[in-house]
Design a protein around this ligand. Structure first.
Ligand SMILES: [Zn+2]
Ligand SMILES: [Zn+2]
Ligand SMILES: [Zn+2]
Ligand SMILES: [Zn+2]
Length: 286
């Protein structure tokens, strides 16, 4: 421990943390990283870091779980902070955990988690709405997953024309229709259709999410149209990144909202059955 700490004080270290370094630098970074891994749960330790009287370190989550008995030596744990390790952590810099996905940034140990929460290379959540799905991954993995596991319809083209039907529309308060995905400009867009309440009013909402980052999403626009009986509603918007959950987009009402009465009027018939024709177009902003 003493040796590693001394090494860290040298000016070599900061350089050593960058990708183009000699073996020595890499060696000490990875040794430090090992030291900062909790020996019990193997995740990186952040203050407060604890140790038993024999010097076995562990993270604060594990400490709360082990009930005052050191998981390594079984000795009584007590309440000893490992300030030396906390200090060492302050002086080291590590690459983002999504380095292999393309992030080239390097961070001081303590600010790394904050970056990783928002790193644009972090995996995406599955965009499927309706059921809880915990699958995460990059876009190509999620496309396969949507096709294979959720049996989602995939369409090629930048215009769409879709029917949403429900025979007992008046009785459904909260529902999510099957997701549809469009391949357009070589990218993927998810068309969502849901019904819920805004205050006391039952509404339907159609909106588009983009499978990519927020910045990329802003390069596109889309329009959605719905109508019948000679009337028409149109919405023009910017697709939201799937970084924003469908729930979040819905709560922000960033899409075409149709009051239930109007939707049933558009549907024709006896005002019980929903039969909405939703059409739209996606284009690239110059
Ligand atoms: Zn732990
Ligand atoms: Zn111990
Ligand atoms: Zn990153
Ligand atoms: Zn899924």
């Amino acid at each position: 421990m003493a040796t590693s700490a001394a090494e860290l004080r040298g000016s070599h270290f900061r350089k050593a943390a960058t990708p183009n370094t000699g073996n020595l630098g890499k060696q000490s970074t990875s040794n430090m990283q090992d030291l900062l891994d909790c020996p019990v749960c193997f995740t990186m330790m952040y203050p407060p870091i604890f140790q038993c009287p024999n010097g076995h370190t562990l993270c604060s989550q594990c400490r709360a779980r082990v009930k005052n008995s050191c998981p390594i030596c079984r000795g009584e744990l007590g309440n000893i902070r490992c300030l030396a390790l906390e200090k060492i952590a302050e002086s080291i810099e590590l690459p983002c955990m999504y380095q292999s996905a393309g992030c080239g940034d390097i961070f001081p140990y303590y600010s790394k988690p904050k970056h990783e929460e928002n790193c644009k290379y972090r995996p995406y959540n599955c965009p499927y709405a309706g059921a809880e799905c915990s699958v995460t991954g990059d876009i190509s993995l999620l496309i396969k997953h949507l096709k294979n596991d959720h049996k989602v319809d995939m369409h090629d083209g930048c215009t769409f024309n879709h029917r949403y039907v429900k025979s007992d529309a008046g009785e459904i308060d909260n529902a999510t229709w099957m997701l549809t995905v469009f391949n357009c400009f070589g990218r993927q867009f998810c068309l969502h259709f849901e019904t819920f309440f805004i205050g006391m009013s039952p509404v339907y909402m159609a909106f588009l999410r983009f499978m990519g980052t927020e910045d990329e999403a802003r390069e596109f626009s889309y329009s959605i149209e719905v109508g019948g009986n000679g009337r028409k509603l149109t919405w023009q918007g910017v697709p939201r990144s799937i970084r924003d959950s469908h729930q979040k987009v819905r709560d922000s009402q960033d899409g075409l909202i149709i009051q239930r009465n109007l939707a049933l009027f558009f549907s024709g018939g006896d005002r019980q059955e929903l039969k909405l024709k939703v059409s739209g177009r996606i284009w690239k902003e110059q």
